[in-house]
Ligand binder design. Structure first.
Ligand code: NAP
Ligand code: GCO
Length: 264
């Protein structure tokens, strides 16, 4: 039987994938046979990423590109298509968070988060879709969040962006499904990466950060996720195994969204 999860011959562009979730997804896709292309905002991060891929035995192609810059993204897609090949899989992974109480947040700070977490996935998706249509199809995976569904103190811009990204996902699926393009989201739970490091810092007295304890209590799996937990779901959504899955958000959260919380 043909392996439905095989990505041999596919080119995958994963944004912001020098480390963290993007890197883990790229590693899983490379394991399934895909050629990996990634970008990051600075040359030093691309170099760091290239070294990590090499260490993992992966021959990745790294480029400097700010995903919020429409012209730079257009040039990136042209360059990748010429140097590596047609992009079959796009993972909109690059993202930022600002944890600031809403009434203390400036409009400029709010816009910056929306720009990276919502406008950029639109910019990159729209840059790859025409060629995917010409190639007969493609896969787009948007990295959403628990905050695509839930709110909490200090993350108004992030929640607005990730909620918007969920709906952009559904809209891309609706608009381009007829061209054999599947656009789905992955909603990671709380994953141990640099982005969440401030929430896991050990306290001066050696105890766990209160937020760390809060997340463990909210997660039936009773642990933080590892970036590697997202590899399998990403390969599924990038492969023929998910050819009739479209506009879906796959939450990979150890059960957070299913759980009312620990009884007192
Ligand atoms: P991370 O460790 O902060 O990595 C994000 C990457 O995106 C970094 O390499 C970052 O570069 C890059 N990036 C930021 N702005 C960019 C831009 N304008 N252009 C190009 N690259 C840019 O984050 P992560 O935890 O791996 O998260 C990856 C994605 O998953 C994000 O979309 C995040 O919101 C989402 N997510 C994370 C969690 C979690 O618990 N960690 C949960 C749900 C969803 P710099 O280092 O220069 O900033
Ligand atoms: C926060 C966290 C979250 C996670 C993630 C959850 O401050 O609440 O950073 O937003 O990063 O997106 O899925």
């Amino acid at each position: 039987m043909k392996n439905q999860f095989d990505l041999t011959g596919k080119v995958a562009l994963i944004t912001g994938a020098s480390y963290g979730i993007g890197f883990a997804i790229a590693k899983a896709m490379a394991g399934a046979g895909a050629t990996i292309v990634f970008n990051d905002i600075k040359q030093e991060l691309v170099d760091k990423g290239l070294a990590s891929y090499k260490e993992a035995g992966i021959e990745a192609h790294g480029y400097v590109c700010d995903v919020t810059d429409e012209e730079a993204v257009g040039n990136l897609i042209k360059t990748v298509t010429a140097e590596v090949g047609h992009i079959n899989i796009l993972v909109n992974n690059a993202g930022i968070i600002k944890r600031i109480p809403m009434c203390e947040m400036s409009a400029a700070q709010f816009r910056q988060v929306i720009d990276v977490d919502l406008n950029a996935p639109f910019i990159v998706a729209k840059a790859v879709i025409p060629d995917m249509i010409e190639q007969g199809g493609g896969k787009i995976i948007n990295i959403c969040s628990m905050m695509s569904e839930l709110g909490r103190e200090t993350v108004s811009a992030y929640a607005a962006a990730k909620g918007g990204l969920k709906m952009l996902t559904k809209n891309i699926a609706s608009e381009y499904g007829q061209y054999n393009i599947q656009c789905n989201g992955i909603g990671p739970g709380y994953i141990a990466t640099p982005q969440t490091a401030p929430l896991r810092e050990v306290q001066p007295d050696g105890s766990k950060h209160p937020f760390d304890q809060f997340i463990l209590a909210k997660t039936p799996a009773n642990r933080w996720g590892e970036a590697e937990d997202l590899g399998g779901p990403a390969v599924f959504l990038a492969s023929a195994a998910s050819d009739f899955v479209n506009g879906h958000i796959l939450y990979v959260d150890g059960g957070i969204l299913a759980y009312i919380g620990k009884q007192p």
